[in-house]
Design a protein around this ligand. Sequence first.
Ligand SMILES: Cc1cc2nc3c(=O)[nH]c(=O)nc-3n(C[C@H](O)[C@H](O)[C@H](O)COP(=O)(O)OP(=O)(O)OC[C@H]3O[C@@H](n4cnc5c(N)ncnc54)[C@H](O)[C@@H]3O)c2cc1C
Length: 304
Amino acid sequence: MTALVLLEIENGAVRQASRSAVAAAGAFGTVDVLVLGHGAEAAARLPGVTRVLHAEALSDALAEPAAALLADIASGYTHIIGAATATGKNILPRLAGLLDVQPIPDVIAINDADTFIRPIYAGNALATVRSSDSIKVITIRGANFDPVASEGGAATVEAVAFNAASQVNAAELLSVNLSTSERPELESARVVISGGKGLKDAENFKLLEPIADKLGAAIGASRAAVDSGFAPNEMQVGQTGKIVAPELYIAVGLSGAIQHLAGMKDSRVIVAINLDPEAPIFRVADYGLVADLFTVLPELESAL
Ligand SMILES: Cc1cc2nc3c(=O)[nH]c(=O)nc-3n(C[C@H](O)[C@H](O)[C@H](O)COP(=O)(O)OP(=O)(O)OC[C@H]3O[C@@H](n4cnc5c(N)ncnc54)[C@H](O)[C@@H]3O)c2cc1C
């Protein structure tokens, strides 16, 4: 069996979620990776990778040609794997459509080459699914697989030609604007502090920043906080946002709606600060503080 992993490269480095996908792919035997655009050198240094296929002319920002290229080269593989990120969710279901196979998204555990565990009903149940497709197209949740290291491997790099480009020209990549932050990536941060509607406005949402700085934490938000304009969309944690599983998750002024819990309940230690003792977040919290966040946050900051 040979698996092919669709890698995502950011600022010249392989994203942690992709390194988790490489680790997951190791369960299937030989691992090749595909790099679209720049970053083949970083990919070649990943431990456990045999071959890097490099399509320099393409970008993972355009799903149609990326999926068409994967479909071109898929026949050599038993498993095609990506991280369950925006990029993976954009490209791999299209590939599954082109191959006429059933995509298997959000895998959190691999039982064997055909059998996978994935959450359903917003994480309220775990389904064990068996696929009889000859090529399995899978996205994995990065938080559930320890990533391979960034260095230590010595894979060969081969350029791949892309014949389908002329047939897939529905979209054109004009530019990529990456947001830059000194803080760790939300999906791979060791500590996350998230704010909700209880913070009342965008100005108050900034109360989370000095605490995040002191803890080396990423900042997350509930959907209500995002929808109210307190925080940008990329900070949303939950069923329709990012899935996180840090060592420490601090939930501030958010109720813990089921769709939010779907994105963070696998965190190792959960701390909740909420005025309402009945708030559902306390059902998953390891430490709960029934208190006014406007009193607690300054105290927490000075204590840290
Ligand atoms: C299909 C679908 C998908 C969704 N996806 C997501 C998702 O991905 N992520 C997500 O988060 N939500 C998602 N939602 C929305 C979700 O249902 C909730 O509406 C949302 O999570 C509520 O956000 P909140 O907890 O910030 O706000 P609220 O529910 O309004 O809670 C605010 C909390 O702040 C507390 N509070 C108020 N003042 C203070 C204070 N001074 N001190 C301390 N505590 C205070 C209150 O007691 C309350 O518990 C989704 C909904 C649907 C239908």
